[in-house]
Design a protein around this ligand. Sequence first.
Ligand code: SF4
Length: 371
Amino acid sequence: MEAGVYLHIPFCRSRCSYCDFATDVYRDSDTVEQYVDVICTEISLFSKSLIIDTVYFGGGTPSLLSPEQVGRILAAVRSKFDIVPNAEVTMEMNPATVTPESLAKYRSLGINRASFGVQTFDDRALKLLARGHDAADARNTYAMLRDAGFNNVSFDLIAGLPGQTFAQWRRNLDEAIALSPEHISLYLLEIHQGTPLAEQVRSGRQPKPDDELAAEMYELMLDRLALAGYEQYEISNFSRPGFESRHNSKYWTLDPVFGFGVSAHSFDGMQRFANERDSATYVELIRESGSAEVMREDTNLESEFMFLGLRLEAGIDLDRFSIRFGYDLIDRYATEINGMIENGLVEMTLGRLRLTRKGKLFSNEVFAAFV
Ligand code: SF4
């Protein structure tokens, strides 16, 4: 099984009102240049020699890096890892952060998949989220991606925004479908403490997100995307056949992924480990000791295998589970599973345990039974 490499690029043009990711506002090119040097150092010090079939630039807004900087990071990855010829190489890109020239150069460097941060086509909502782009930017940048030859594009869409109506969400979906990306990822808005949006909701300036409405939006998405020929392969991810995200699938099937950069997380098949979350401290740590690791823990593989397997449309392969862990899942959790089958939350088909449509809506309840 090949591994994946994740590269965290922690710079954004401005900070979105709901964001609690490890990201900094892009202030000066020296800081970015220094960061690129340091992430290359971290990669060059990696101790294993591995074959990888996915590389993923996430952030932050990786498309704020110049093609030269992206090229340097990819060269560091290539010098350390064996990348298979048909590897999936993804870059997260935000609207209005690229040009036809930069896109052509990213393509020539081997970036063959764009994860595109559309979020919504509703300008009012984009303002609320302080995304720093409008719907016209999203449409223009998407056209540029296609012109540059990107034939594997994923849209990030966000639902459950304060004040967002069902009709607005439907219009959003219709527009996304009309543009026909190969892949769509859905995020249900979470309000994180300490973010400007949390303060706006707390003070009553924005309504609280409505969970029931968010569930209806999710159901509409299931119906609309199925009709348009998208397959749901994970609870929040949909694609045209053959365009599932190979990189993200590694997280759900517990394949190893090694992360580099500030706050990057890794999984080596047994343990999870993570880097320092503060960019300046990350840079210092790598310079001083070559490592910015601040957390390492053994994983409860069985629990994760179940929890993550249930997120997948294919569900958990019960034979594979018993071979890997030496016991029968259905026997061990007979009471819980029978209860969930009776409640219509899970079903067993062809040796697999999977969520039903209702189970997808109440997935947290199902997952909690196995933790
Ligand atoms: S673009 Fe993404 S990472 Fe950057 S501030 Fe907005 S939500 Fe956060």
